[in-house]
Write a protein that binds this ligand. Structure first.
Ligand code: PLP
Length: 444
């Protein structure tokens, strides 16, 4: 019998394969693509495009799965707010038992506003400013992850002057390669993040001598979109060694914050497994009497959201077919910034089974980088036909800009058969409402 021809590894997943891997999406013969029980075309009709849509049911299910995997370790889940900081999503995370990992005073205020208790909030970030540190100390948040000796001094001064004593974890840079895109790796010695392993023990002892701060443990976060446990294991082993060293020197180390970074399947990657992640944490840091935490963002929110767009027109230039959408890189920047691959599926049931051919899928912004996909297989789509750009729930709407004077897109939440606008499309006039023309130019 002849051997099967090898499947080229450049083969794209078909629409059916993309939907099969995403149980909350389904194609209905009349209504087209549904998210949970809501036809996405009904949302596009009512709200227009481009429009972000996020599935509450998906967020809940993913948080529950992650918490269940970490339950045996009694680890706390702190949602990384920067992945998607909408108040409705933070409220849902709070209701599902998650705390928050924030990286700015603004994110901290969002988390508090959404009802995440201060004692479930951890503050990370390489450049926290004194007013933000003071705000965090006053709010009584659970922990500040300090990223440098310099920041430790500032925090000590700010907190002690205000009469506070803040629980501090030192963020360690374990110098491991997370094997991910260079722009989202954070745990190499030459990245800007964290404190070198060689200086951490001395800094921990110094922290114990400072007023206004109480060193309680260590933190790390090695990168994002990580699909295997090997980098986690290597990093956690180094942190476990450091815990032992510190304890042998008489320091109290009661917490380790293991960071986030768990990857998802945008194209054909194997999704990061919560059980495997928990296994790596448990194998390296379990049984040490530590309070453990994790800080996932992308894994929780990424697959829960999509971006709806309409076709403006299709054009052919020098033999290349371009499908031009009304969404652009100012809405979803990941393809332009990280060369990210996102599944793109037609909303119409007939379009989803029509013959496909090669096309570039682009936005209207005046940048060649405004390209969602190169050489993608799509059917010919008429103007006004709609598509969903998948897995856009994390690092999507939060990274939007108004470049090319394009207002921020509307946002919608779906929950079962209900849906609601959770942020209307930004009114165009608000783009310039706060701009002023200096006096000397005003008179004419
Ligand atoms: C961004 C970030 C996370 C979340 O990363 P994901 O890849 O979205 O899971 C967690 N912790 C810190 C400190 C971060 O900066």
């Amino acid at each position: 019998m002849a051997a099967l021809a090898p499947v080229p590894d450049t083969a794209e997943p078909s629409f059916a394969e993309l939907l099969a891997g995403r149980p909350f999406l389904s194609m209905h013969a009349q209504d087209g693509l549904l998210l949970e029980d809501v036809p996405l075309s009904a949302i596009a009709d009512a709200v227009g495009t481009p429009c972000w849509v996020v599935s509450a049911g998906t967020l809940r299910a993913r948080l529950a799965a992650l918490r269940a995997a970490f339950d045996p370790l009694r680890a706390h889940v702190h949602y990384a707010v920067k992945a998607n900081d909408h108040l409705a999503i933070l409220r849902l995370m709070a209701a599902g038992g998650a705390g928050a990992d924030v990286v700015s005073g603004g994110e901290m205020q969002r988390a508090l506003l959404a009802g995440i208790p201060p004692d479930r909030i951890v503050f990370s970030g390489v450049g926290k400013q004194p007013p933000e540190l003071l705000q965090a100390a006053q709010a009584g948040i659970a922990q500040i992850n300090v990223e440098s000796a310099e920041e430790l001094e500032v925090l000590s001064a700010v907190a002690s002057a205000a009469g506070h004593s803040v629980a501090v974890a030192l963020r360690i840079n374990p110098d491991v390669d997370a094997g991910t895109h260079a722009k989202i790796t954070t745990g190499r010695a030459d990245n800007k993040f964290g404190i070198g392993l060689d200086t951490a023990a001395a800094l921990y002892a110094h922290a114990a001598s400072l007023p206004g701060v109480r060193p309680v443990g260590l933190a790390l976060h090695i990168g994002s979109q990580i699909g295997t446990t090997a980098p986690y294991r290597a990093a956690f082993a180094r942190v476990a060694d450091l815990v032992r060293t510190l304890r042998a020197a008489g320091q109290t180390v009661s917490r380790v914050d293991c960071g986030g970074g768990l990857g998802i399947s945008y194209r054909d990657e194997v999704e990061g497994s919560p059980a495997a992640f928990a296994g790596a944490v448990g194998a390296m840091l379990g049984g040490m009497g530590l309070d453990l935490m994790i800080e996932p963002g992308r894994w929780l929110a990424g697959p829960a959201g999509l971006l709806l767009a309409s076709v403006v027109l299709t054009k052919t230039t020098a033999g290349r077919r371009f499908t031009v959408l009304d969404a652009a890189m100012n809405d979803l920047v990941r393809p332009a910034m990280y060369d990210a691959w996102h599944g793109i599926v037609p909303l119409g049931a007939a379009d989803a089974v029509a013959a496909v051919s090669d096309t570039d899928i682009v936005g209207p912004v005046c940048e060649t980088g405004d390209t969602f996909a190169r050489s993608r297989l799509l059917p010919p789509l008429a103007p006004h036909a709609r598509v969903a750009i998948l897995d856009a729930g994390a690092y999507g709407s939060v990274m939007s800009s108004t470049y090319n004077a394009r207002p921020l897109a509307a946002q919608v939440m779906v929950d079962g058969d209900r849906w609601a606008v959770i942020r209307p499309r930004q009114p165009l006039e608000s783009l310039w409402a706060n701009e002023t023309i200096p006096d000397w130019l005003a008179a004419r």
